[in-house]
Design a protein around this ligand. Structure first.
Ligand SMILES: O=C(O)c1ccccc1NCC(=O)[C@H](O)[C@H](O)COP(=O)(O)O
Length: 261
């Protein structure tokens, strides 16, 4: 079983359990459910840097990145750095995140917030909106075309942006549809965990211009961004490079300063 299959198998059990604890109607009655969302796609289009910084404590490819980081402090640091948006991992078992991290990030900043999750149910999209997200992630590798359509249309009806993530040409072809805002190419091979910017470069020409192109994972230098921009990328998702430091916000400030020079 590959890592995504394992994560999805656990996710199905987790979502079933959550459904028995909090109902969709409880989420729909929450204060944040009524909140007007901020568009990440718009922020990226208006930006000359395009940084989406991630809050990530650990991952399947790295056992410990920053286990004790304070999400509110990191979010404020990222906002001060001038990032376009923040990604918050809400998976507990594999990434050490939680829905509470999303709530705390929301309470700390006005940035567009991406709920970084393995979405396999409409329930998680309602939950994302009710807990302060502006954007959801849909991963082509774990969804059918029909699921991508249903989930992205639901997200759009709630005012959420949709970032669709692909790893290869096949996933890209299966997924293109008007209810997506951003197309993310993940540079991490989930079988070997190796990262290569070549994946973003190779797939860039296959992404129609209507979508904001985002390059994800393994971005650890300003030079990498300069290398990717000519391929049409307007968004750059960076996790470990900031989170591995004692002060992720300060690292983001330095990074963006260098990027602008
Ligand atoms: O990061 C992993 O090991 C991973 C493993 C399996 C599925 C997803 C995984 N990561 C999620 C992400 O997409 C990254 O956290 C994100 O792109 C940032 O990557 P990085 O800058 O390399 O931390």
């Amino acid at each position: 079983m590959n890592i995504l299959d394992k994560i999805v198998a656990d996710k199905r059990k987790e979502v079933e359990l959550k459904k028995s604890i909090i109902s969709v109607s409880q989420y729909e009655a929450s204060v944040l459910f009524e909140r007007k969302t901020n568009s990440l796609a718009q922020a990226l289009r208006n930006s000359d840097t395009g940084i989406i910084s991630e809050f990530k404590r650990r991952s399947p490819s790295k056992e410990s990145i920053n286990q004790n980081a304070n999400v509110g402090q990191v979010a404020k640091g990222y906002e001060k750095a001038g990032v376009c948006g923040m990604s918050v991992l809400t998976d507990i078992k594999y990434f050490g995140g939680s829905i509470e991290d999303l709530i705390l990030a929301r309470a700390s900043v006005n940035l567009p917030l991406l709920r970084k999750e393995f979405i396999i149910s409409e329930y998680q999209i309602i939950e994302a909106k009710a807990n302060g997200a502006d954007v959801i992630l849909l991963i082509a590798a774990i969804l059918t075309r029909q699921e991508i359509k249903t989930y992205s249309e639901l997200a759009k009806s709630l005012g959420l942006d949709v970032l669709l993530e692909v790893h290869n040409e096949e996933e890209l072809h299966k997924s293109i549809m008007p209810s997506l805002d951003m197309l993310g190419v993940n540079n991490r091979n989930l079988k070997t965990f190796e990262v290569s910017l070549e994946t973003s470069k190779k797939l860039s020409k296959l992404i129609p211009d209507d979508f904001v192109k985002v390059s994800e994972s393994g971005i650890s230098s300003v030079d990498a961004i300069k290398e990717l921009k000519p391929y049409g990328y307007e968004g750059f998702l960076i996790g470990e490079n900031f989170m591995k430091t004692d002060n992720p916000g300060k690292s983001a400030i330095e990074f963006i300063k260098n990027l602008k020079n």
